[in-house]
Write a protein that binds this ligand. Structure first.
Ligand code: HEC
Ligand code: HEC
Length: 702
């Protein structure tokens, strides 16, 4: 066994052993009682599992997916509109677009690409992303729950985050149809990762021409006349927001690796994580990033350890697929599909050229030379629940009287505009500066701060002001807010009030009241070093912080879960010939499944296998032959996909020359010889080749 391969297997073995050991020593009930102990115990296992390796287990190494938490033991709500309701019920209502974003993809590149045939526009795939905050006490789903649904396949694909393991889980709900009892499986991760190479969701680049954002697709969907589960046809705005959610989700495993491996182990690692949590918390509260000098001083050991851990830089996995307009193919295509008896237009539409196939290995999005601390802080802060921040803020406000209030004397100018319906306010003094726009409605004033700095600490730009309309000789009280929280400066101090005392309509003194309740938070953070171990779990950290502050913290109601089920794995080969064994080894992982797609031509008894391979032989020959064709000339992606070669100890270049490949190809060549020179197949369009599975056995999949 090659050394890296051995390392992978040991890692897998270690993880399993480690988790087994812990499972033995801790029952689930005990784990709930002792989250801290459990977190520490799990930390070492989590270190192993957070390392992307294609040897990752299908079963969560620990914890469960957010989808499991959402569903619990109840059946998955059906129809889809009911599932949507369940998701929406967890989310805080938003102004503007709803917190769940949905688009329709009739002709896509997912595993459900063929499920709608031949009524692609009547049965589009639904893709859903949650990008809104959860209600207080509910599981966080923002950027952490993604679904793909196909009515005709009766399948729901799920990618959702596992907080305890710090990774995304891939699940499949089968029999998701009327009158059936849906079954939830953890998918064979390896199959999913052959396209989801980022171990996370992914999406096309703009202009998202496969989705209903493409007017020509939307027009055909409308013409097909379905009600599409009560969903509205959405445009580029929604496609853009789904894309943005997949991009943020893509980075969550990156934050976790920097958190675990970048900070490292031991006391130094703990100190690094505490510093990062404290920075993320301050950013979550204030909305202002530390300046360059402060960033440099933050977690100083991190830069050095990052350089040691990733000497050639940290490659960021790419969640972006090339854009593809399926209708563009229609123009001037001459595929002859008489043999298949399918209307040629439909097969043409479903054709996916190798160039845009998601199985292609995507080069990294970028390579980070350092820990990108500013992005890391924003990323970690995005994992904090807004309702947690609000609760903590309220707790601090209720106990604020013990902290001294600071006051800053300012002198202000007011310039009225628009018949005194609005004004600009500028104040300065004692190292502070403020500029805001005010709008008046009778005695009430509203406003927005455009610029503010107090003794070197910036305020965020999104601050709102509300209170009294200034009048000569009277104190006007104005309070600051941000995103449902009290407003804070970059250093965490609360901006409590601005009291304006106009001497004339144009100017007057003012006092800015500030309170440093963050000093209390900082002291509590000190007290809780080290914080919870393992991947960054915002709720564990917030619970511990609340405890150190003596504030209550709402626990999520514990949820009973059904046992974990994994999609049935490759059948043990009994009595297979050498060649069958070879096919099973290199192809079985994805083609010996209970699923109709990718075609499961290797499924079944050994005795039937030869006939099954024979039936698919034309397409197998084509795909195996692609290895000899230069990449930019390939009609279709070669098989097995490059991402699957690693586990066999090959890279693409070595596989292309390997005797194992030659053996597989020689076998199908010989099986096809009676039908004429197989080489001719390569000059035909792929879609015109005999289908892998006879139509009767293929459940309407093309
Ligand atoms: C052949 C490539 C391919 C494979 C294999 C694959 N997917 Fe996907 N998947 C896609 C593409 C392309 C998209 C984005 C566009 C779309 O949904 O049509 C996608 C999107 C998704 C989405 C919606 C969120 C997102 O990432 O945009 C979910 C959920 C999903 N896949 C789950 C799975 C699961 C679970 C598996 C394994 C059982 C899997 N996928 C395997 C290609 C694939
Ligand atoms: C890691 C998963 C994986 C492995 C391993 C794999 N395939 Fe595939 N295969 C896929 C996926 C996904 C598709 C569908 C996407 C496509 O058509 O490219 C596919 C498509 C195919 C098709 C086209 C099916 C059709 O009806 O159009 C053939 C033929 C095929 N594979 C043959 C093979 C052979 C032969 C091997 C082994 C030498 C192999 N595959 C190994 C994932 C895999």
């Amino acid at each position: 066994m090659r050394s890296w391969q051995r390392a992978q297997f040991t890692a897998r073995g270690l993880t399993t052993r480690c988790v087994e050991k812990i499972a033995l020593s801790l029952t689930a009930a005990l784990r709930r009682l002792l989250p801290r102990l459990a977190a520490l115990l799990f930390a070492s296992c989590a270190m192993l599992t957070a390392m992307p390796s294609h040897a990752e287990a299908d079963v969560p190494p620990l914890g469960r997916s957010q989808f499991d938490y959402l569903i619990g033991q109840a059946p998955v709500p059906f129809p889809f509109a009911h599932l949507l309701q369940l998701i929406n019920a967890q989310l805080a209502p938003e102004l503007g677009l709803p917190p769940v974003k949905v688009t329709l993809i009739p002709l896509g590149r997912s595993l459900q690409r063929g499920a709608g045939a031949p009524d692609f526009f009547r049965y589009p795939r639904v893709v859903l992303a949650v990008d809104g905050e959860a209600k207080a006490g509910q599981v966080a789903l923002k950027d952490r729950l993604f679904l793909g649904y196909h009515e005709k396949a009766g399948v729901l694909e799920v990618i959702s985050y596992n907080e305890a393991a710090g990774r995304f889980e891939f699940q499949v709900v089968q029999d998701y149809r009327a009158g059936a009892r849906p079954k939830i499986y953890y998918a064979r991760r390896e199959i999913c990762l052959s396209c989801h190479q980022n171990q996370a969701p992914m999406f096309a680049r703009p202009l998202w021409d496969e989705t209903s954002a493409n007017p020509a697709i939307a027009a055909r969907l409308k013409a097909a006349g379905g009600d599409f589960y009560g969903l509205k046809l959405t445009g580029t705005d929604v496609a853009y927001l789904i894309d943005a959610a997949t991009k943020r989700a893509n980075l969550i495993p990156v934050w976790q690796r920097i958190w675990l491996e970048g900070c490292g182990e031991g006391e130094a690692g703990d100190a690094c994580r505490s510093a990062l949590f404290s920075a993320a918390l301050r950013y979550g509260f204030s909305g202002v990033l530390p300046d360059a000098t402060m960033l440099k001083q933050l977690a100083p050991g991190l830069d050095q350890r990052f350089a040691q851990r990733w000497p050639r830089g940290f490659a960021i996995p790419n969640p972006d697929l090339p854009n593809r307009d399926p209708l563009a193919l229609l123009a001037g295509n001459e595929i002859d599909l008489a043999r298949e008896g399918l209307p040629s237009e439909l097969a043409t539409l479903a054709h996916i050229p190798a160039r845009v196939e998601p199985l292609n290995v995507r080069p990294p999005l970028e390579v980070w030379a350092g820990p990108e601390k500013a992005r890391l802080i924003v990323g970690l802060a995005s994992l904090l629940d807004r309702s947690d921040l609000q609760a903590l803020d309220q707790g601090l406000a209720a106990n604020a009287s013990g902290q001294p209030q600071q006051s800053v004397a300012l002198s202000c100018r007011i310039r009225y505009k628009d018949a005194a319906r609005r004004a600009s306010l500028r104040c300065a003094g004692q190292g502070a500066r403020l500029a805001a726009a005010l709008y008046f409605q009778g005695r009430k004033a509203q406003g927005r701060v455009s610029e503010m700095i107090v003794s070197g600490a910036l305020a965020p730009t999104a601050l709102t002001l509300s209170g009294d309309t200034p009048r000569v000789g009277r104190a006007a009280h104005l309070t600051f807010r941000r995103d449902g929280l009290r407003a804070r400066l970059a250093d965490g101090r609360v901006l409590e009030q601005l009291v304006l005392l106009p001497r004339t309509t144009e100017e007057g003194p003012a006092t800015l009241f500030i309170r440093d309740d963050f000093a209390r938070v900082n002291a509590a953070l000190q007290k809780m070093t080290p914080g919870p171990g393992g991947p960054f779990q915002a709720r564990l950290w917030m619970a511990q912080l609340a405890e150190a502050l003596g504030l209550p913290y709402p626990q999520h109601a514990a949820r009973a879960m059904p046992p974990i089920q994994v999609q049935p794995s490759v059948a043990a080969l009994v009595g297979g010939s050498g060649m069958q064994d070879s096919f099973r080894r290199y192809c079985g992982q994805c083609h010996d499944t209970g699923e109709p797609f990718p075609p499961n031509f290797l499924q079944g008894e050994a005795a039937q296998l030869t006939a099954k391979i024979d039936h698919c032989a034309e397409r197998i020959f084509y795909r195996l032959s692609m290895w000899a064709v230069p990449e930019n000339k390939r009609g279709k992606t070669p098989m097995p996909p490059t991402s699957a070669l690693r586990q066999h100890g090959f890279d693409a270049e070595r596989w292309a020359r390997a005797p194992e490949l030659a053996g597989l190809r020689a076998y199908v060549t010989q099986r096809l010889a009676a039908e004429g020179d197989p080489q001719r197949l390569l000059r035909q369009p792929f879609e015109s080749l005999r289908r892998c599975i006879p139509p009767a056995a293929a459940h309407a999949y093309p």
